[in-house]
Design a protein around this ligand. Structure first.
Ligand code: GLP
Length: 243
């Protein structure tokens, strides 16, 4: 696992954008696996700037997202479909018909069937990841069992607690989500994790150790042959990764 220590959030955003830009230029019709959360927002902003000012071309790019809340329609401002449009797709020349975010409303089983069909016929060139305070990837919550394919998860209280900042109250945070499984994530050709935000110390520390622990799904990154983690210097120091 390659670790890139960035000076700060903006520097991390640029370094992560460099990795995505290289892939988009080399394989202009590939599929990007995308993620939500505050960690990748800076990278998306930088990619949008490069699209506008430097001609980075997304016109033939496809994308598939990690996860979606159950119960939120794509027009809800906290749905991940809305997030992706708002933070990236509306600012680059991607064809939205080529972007896929699992459906959050309607029949969950049917939505998961569709999500898995999309994943089964897609080769993800690079999967962008954040990490939850409890070490979750996408919405693969810690536990004795992790799942291969796209499935529904009951969200941990710590996840609901962490994500309530985006909602009017904790009660409004959905309790369930659909997410790519760990197998879907691990089958991407490359992984790019950006770690930003609060309360990531424990999960990041475990990620840096030589142990794979289903109680911290992020540690599975270490099993991937092309995994990169972008971490801010302040966090790297705090967990003792650098002096
Ligand atoms: C949500 C998403 C995760 C993301 C996490 C961290 O729970 N489902 O995919 O990694 O948030 O978000 P942030 O980057 O805002 O800390």
């Amino acid at each position: 696992m390659k670790v890139i220590v960035a000076k700060d959030y903006e520097d991390g955003a640029k370094k992560a954008a460099d990795i995505i830009e290289k892939i988009v230029r080399e394989k202009p019709d590939c599929t990007l696996g995308l993620a939500t959360g505050s960690s990748p927002v800076g990278m998306y902003r930088e990619l949008a700037r490069r699209c506008k000012e430097e001609g980075l071309d997304f016109s033939k790019i496809h994308s598939v997202n990690l996860d979606e809340y159950v119960g939120l329609d794509g027009t809800h401002d906290q749905s991940y479909r809305y997030f992706m449009n708002d933070n990236l797709f509306d600012h680059i020349n991607i064809d939205k018909a080529n972007t896929y975010v699992a459906k959050g409303v309607g029949d969950v089983e049917a939505n998961l069937k569709e999500f898995n069909e999309v994943l089964d016929k897609t080769d993800i060139e690079i999967q962008v990841l954040g990490v939850g305070p409890d070490g979750h990837l996408g919405f693969n919550e810690p536990g004795d069992t992790l799942y291969d394919k796209a499935h529904e998860e009951v969200l941990e209280d710590s996840t609901i607690e962490a994500n309530k900042r985006f909602f009017a109250s904790k009660e409004e945070v959905p309790t369930h989500a659909v997410t790519m499984g760990m197998g879907n994530i691990m089958r991407a050709k490359a992984l790019l994790m950006i770690i930003g935000g609060n309360k990531k110390e424990a999960a990041t520390k475990l990620l840096m150790e030589d142990k794979i622990d289903p109680h911290c799904p992020a540690t599975f990154m270490r099993l991937h042959r092309d995994a990169t983690v972008v971490i801010e210097e302040s966090l790297a120091k705090e967990i003792g990764y650098i002096q």
